[in-house]
Design a protein around this ligand. Structure first.
Ligand code: FES
Ligand code: FES
Length: 188
């Protein structure tokens, strides 16, 4: 049974990968530590622990966020998706499959964050969100092509110490293309 709340802790229910997890957390506990240390969801990695590397990227209500800069208490009731929640049974998410097929990693430490980030990047792009390198940001210009330059910019919050960037860009482009083919949209 979870310990009773105190002046420095609260009872919260985290919604992670479609499951509800009631737990008591110290108010200073980050979402990253709650996922890894309390829920044993160790797919989400701790790199810098200060918001600079992207290794801890998860999706919160479909938007990417670095879990090391989120307090667990502030994530209560929000829909959190970690890398463990992307596959459907034995079927990998298309982004996971593309990383696998195209060797989008070496040591793999940054990979869960890269994959979660790429999932959101592809949706952001499909929704027409511009990036810092988008040439024409007028609404009437429509969805910008998802060029390699666009992918690099949109994924620039996720660092890879192995330097697997070339294959990561290819994997994101392939997954975006597959999404466009499924939905009739455009990726490039
Ligand atoms: S561990 Fe969160 S951004 Fe580096
Ligand atoms: S694959 Fe090793 S840090 Fe990215």
């Amino acid at each position: 049974m979870a310990p009773a709340p105190t002046s420095t802790s609260s009872a919260v229910t985290l919604h992670v990968n479609g499951e509800k997890y009631p737990l008591s957390v110290d108010h200073r506990t980050t979402l990253l530590d709650a996922l890894r240390e309390r829920l044993d969801l160790t797919g989400t990695k701790k790199g810098c622990d200060q918001g600079q590397c992207g290794a801890c990227t998860v999706l919160i209500d479909g938007r990417r966020a670095v879990a090391c800069l989120q307090l667990a208490v502030a994530a209560e009731g929000r829909e959190i998706t970690t890398v463990e929640g992307l596959a459907e049974g034995e079927r990998l998410h298309p982004v996971q499959q593309a990383f696998l097929d195209l060797d989008g990693y070496q040591c793999g430490y940054c990979t869960p964050g890269q994959i979660c980030s790429a999932v959101a990047v592809i949706e952001e792009h499909a929704a027409g969100w511009p990036s810092a390198v988008t040439g024409d940001v007028r609404p009437e210009a429509g969805v910008p092509p998802l060029t390699a330059e666009e992918i690099r910019e949109r994924m620039s919050g996720n660092l890879c110490r192995c330097g697997a960037y070339v294959n990561i860009v290819e994997a994101v482009a392939r997954a975006a293309g597959a999404r466009a083919a499924r939905t009739g949209g455009s990726a490039a």
